[in-house]
Design a protein around this ligand. Structure first.
Ligand code: ADP
Length: 492
């Protein structure tokens, strides 16, 4: 029953994933749709402005324009008794604005006549019309008229403006103006027809343009995806090419970096498998060989048997060290092991460690030196820092020279405690110093008797970095190395 529901769940997840993929459009299609949408919006905007707005707004705009022109004309007509009206200027205004102007003085004599339409207008075509308009102007409430009328002669709408100059009771003269309204209807129908061509051209342009842009964007991404797939299949020599724009170039560089890191890790892991399998096999072979010796030869000889048992115990220790190192590192890296900071006396701790190493210094044939300073309290993860110090001492013991000397130092500074472990060994070449803290790195001249996994210094580095402590190595080839780190002083 349970398996059935699980299978159903898996099928459902697969279905959902398939739907999601179908819903996720390609960049090409998305860009194409966006362009189409953009074209539609542009088209609607033009349509609205040209067709709908033109019909309603044009007469209003024309009326406003006529009023503006009228203000200038009024100023020119309203002159003193002895002054002459500047008819040339009025002529120019009429021509510029396609407006006919008629100014009649209080006695009914024509003072100004600007006829820009050669008599084809309300004012200058038929005298009757002018009288009707004058009549309307005189009977208007505030001595002003502004209206839209249909002029049969030119068969179009015109805007008529009239104004009494002076006051209504004591007029100086009467100003009349008329301006034809262009026939918007025909204009609109032309635009409507043109719109079809415009929309067609817009669609073609947007298709071509979107195709070009989507190609430009998606081509390098497609190429990178193919390269990434080839990397996923394990080809670490894949080339990642950018593609003309910053984002893709950056992605290519990041992928190349990821590739080099993967390559390094892969190589190190291969090395580890080779090294650890060798390291695991050797003690196992020894354990088996010595166990067989005890069974077949030394079982009855307590002295020999004890010697053989010692080898078995040593080799078992070696094995458990190796396995522990691997476990610890994986725990540290996965974040399972958290820092447990406490306050403790670092000088006392160093003394304890020193004493412990002294206990088997004779047996392992090395000399360890330490001169403890004053007591000093520090706050950090005691067990982990002890592990760091022991790892460094183990290395010093393993790599120290014939004199077999190892120097342990604790230097109290104002803001930190400097711990140093010095050996008199072969030292480390400059170009190797960068590598020794890497996981799985082991020198090529790795000796069998040296207990080591290539993990010790990586554990040191991980713990010190978790604490945020400074650390490093000073080393001279042929003279020895000093591994150091600083425990920062902080209060609980
Ligand atoms: P291992 O188990 O091989 O000692 P480590 O991580 O402790 O692994 O050290 C990595 C490498 O660093 C060693 O293989 C060795 O080459 C170098 N190394 C570490 N400590 C010393 C030292 N005190 N003197 C010289 N080389 C050292």
């Amino acid at each position: 029953m349970k398996t059935k529901t699980l299978a159903q769940k898996i099928r459902n997840t697969e279905k959902k994933a398939a739907i999601r993929t179908a819903q996720n459009m390609t960049v090409r299609r998305k860009i194409w749709l966006l362009f189409l949408l953009f074209t539609a919006i542009v088209f609607l905007l033009i349509w609205f402005l040209e067709v709908v707005f033109l019909q309603t707004f044009y007469p209003v705009m024309k009326k406003n324009q006529t009023v503006r022109v009228a203000a200038k004309v009024e100023g020119l007509c309203n002159v003193g008794e002895d002054e002459n009206i500047d008819t040339d200027k009025l002529q120019q205004i009429g021509i510029n604005n396609n407006t006919c102007i008629e100014y009649i003085d209080a006695d009914g004599a024509e003072e100004v006549r600007v006829d820009v339409m050669n008599g084809n207008c309300l004012l200058h075509g038929n005298r009757v019309d002018i009288y009707i308009l004058l009549d309307k102007l005189m009977s208007s409430k505030n001595g002003k008229i502004l209206m839209q009328v249909y002029d049969e002669k030119v068969q179009s709408q015109v805007i008529v403006y009239g104004r009494i100059i002076g006051t209504k009771s004591k007029p100086k003269g009467y100003l009349l103006m008329d301006a034809p309204l262009a026939p918007v209807g025909t204009f609109v129908s032309i635009i409507k027809r043109q719109m079809f061509y415009i929309i067609f051209i817009l669609i073609v342009i947007s298709i071509l343009f979107s195709m070009y842009i989507s190609n430009y964007i998606s081509k390098p991404i497609k190429k990178l995806t193919e390269s990434a797939e080839s990397l996923a299949r394990g080809d670490y020599n894949t080339k990642f090419e950018g593609g003309g724009y910053e984002e893709v170039d950056k992605l290519a560089r990041t992928l190349e970096y990821a590739e080099s890191e993967l390559k390094k890790t892969d190589m190190m892991q291969r090395d580890l498998v080779a090294n650890t399998s060798h390291d695991l096999r050797t003690p196992l072979t020894m354990i088996k060989a010595y166990a067989e010796m005890i069974r077949d030869l030394s079982g009855d000889n307590p002295e020999k048997r004890n010697a053989h048992l010692k080898v078995i115990i040593d080799e078992s220790d070696r094995l458990s060290d190796l396995v522990n190192d691997m476990l610890d590192l994986s725990k540290l890296e996965s974040g399972t092991l958290k820092l447990e900071e406490t306050e403790f006396n670092i000088t006392q701790k160093m003394k304890d460690i020193y004493k412990r190493y002294q206990l088997f210094a004779d047996k392992k044939n090395f000399h360890i030196f330490f001169e403890p300073p004053k007591d000093r309290l520090v706050v950090c993860d005691e067990a982990k820092i002890e592990r760091v110090i022991c790892n460094l001492i183990n290395n010093a013991v393993n790599y120290t020279a014939k004199d077999r000397n190892v120097y342990l130092r604790e230097i109290l500074k104002e803001d930190c405690v400097l711990i140093e472990v010095e050996d008199t060994g072969d030292g480390i070449e400059k170009d190797k110093i960068k590598l020794i803290f890497d996981k799985y790195y082991r020198s090529e001249n790795h000796k069998r008797e040296t207990v080591g996994t290539g993990l010790g210094l990586n554990i040191v580095k991980t713990i010190l970095e978790m604490h945020g402590y400074r650390y490093g190595v000073r080393s001279t080839v042929g003279k020895g190395s000093v591994f150091w780190f600083e425990i920062n002083i902080k209060k609980m």
